[in-house]
Design a protein around this ligand. Structure first.
Ligand SMILES: NCc1[nH]cc(CCC(=O)O)c1CC(=O)O
Length: 319
């Protein structure tokens, strides 16, 4: 078997390309294996309709996965927060590389922070999670909808269409747009989406019939896995799946590895909005190896407190 050039499938958006390139370079640095990027066009890139009408951010994911399943590429990279929580048959989540900052960031006019925005300021976001948390701050912020890539959203502030936008700090950092940030938002004010700031590396699932080449690739990719990042996103996504919440549900979750009584532990916080936009917030702490059950426990606590008053977006899974 000759050392192959691995084909890394990527969406053409600047963020997707940047993230794929990052992981490809990391793989080459760690294993010496060369990587080439292969463009994949998805409906979400072509169609500017609101994401919810296209079945959620999943439209980005499935086209990329299809190329992987068809054998056109050897592996793919996603923003982990855009992945549905149900595993995809035929595909392995082979690595969660070291996570970027999971927090949200504010880009506001005149260098303003959230607390400094005057009452009635328009803050643009397409995310129900960000919307409910912005409104719950009590600053009198008016949330307006927005769609498009990171550049388009920043432009809304530059053009004056919005006073501010909220974006994932991780994406801004990867794109080198950090000088536009006016505040990195404290998770006490806004909990990020489960998995925010983490990347997911996927390859074709290894089975009894996998080729030597496929096994070699999976083994090489597994070297990119970061155990702590993986544990954190497992816990956060367990909250999401247990609550049966889709990718744009008004639910935030953040896990951190902390020093506990029994060594390293996971501290997990989550927030969920009820049908009236009231926030329910809770946190738990436990063993890193129990990441998934911790997340499920926390979801049950939230659901108990919300007492059936579920937001409408949560009955339509994936919206
Ligand atoms: N929903 C789109 C999306 N998916 C991943 C990121 C940023 C990178 C990340 O969270 O890892 C973004 C943009 C944003 O929310 O600002």
């Amino acid at each position: 078997m000759t050392t192959p050039v691995l084909r890394l499938g990527t969406r053409r958006s600047k963020l997707a390309r940047t993230q794929s390139k990052l992981v490809g370079e990391r793989l080459t640095a760690v294993t010496g294996i060369p990587v080439e990027l292969v463009d994949i066009v998805t409906e979400g890139d072509v169609n500017r309709a609101p994401l919810v009408t296209m079945g959620g951010a999943g439209v980005f994911v499935s086209a990329v996965r299809d190329a992987l399943l068809r054998g056109e590429v050897d592996f793919v990279v996603h923003s982990l927060k855009d992945l549905p929580t149900t595993p995809e048959p035929g595909i392995d989540l082979v690595a969660v590389p070291g996570r970027e900052d999971p927090r949200d960031a504010l880009i506001a006019r005149d260098n303003l922070t959230l607390g400094e925005l005057p009452v009635g300021s328009k803050v643009a976001t397409g995310s129900p999670r960000r919307q409910v948390q912005l409104e719950a701050l009590g600053f009198g912020i008016e949330v307006i909808g927005i769609r498009g890539n990171v550049g388009t959203r920043i432009e809304a502030v530059t053009s004056g269409a919005a006073d501010a936008v909220v974006l994932a700090n991780a994406g801004l950092r990867r794109l080198g747009e950090t000088d536009r940030i006016t505040e990195v938002i404290d998770p006490l004010q806004m909990l990020p989406a489960p998995g925010q700031g983490a990347l997911a590396v996927e390859c074709r699932a290894i089975t009894a019939t996998s080729t030597d080449q496929e096994r070699f690739i999976a083994k090489a990719l597994a070297e990119l896995d970061d155990a702590e990042s993986r544990a954190c996103v497992i816990a956060e996504r367990a909250v999401l799946s247990r609550a049966e919440a889709g990718c744009s549900a008004p639910l935030g979750a953040l896990a951190e590895v902390v020093e506990g009584d029994a060594g390293l532990e996971l501290s997990l916080a989550a927030v969920l909005a009820d049908a009236d936009g009231h926030l329910i917030r809770h946190s738990v702490q436990g063993r890193v190896v129990d990441a998934r059950t911790l997340g499920e426990e926390l979801a049950d606590l939230l659901l108990e407190r919300i007492d059936g008053n579920l937001p409408t977006t949560m009955s339509t899974k994936g919206a």
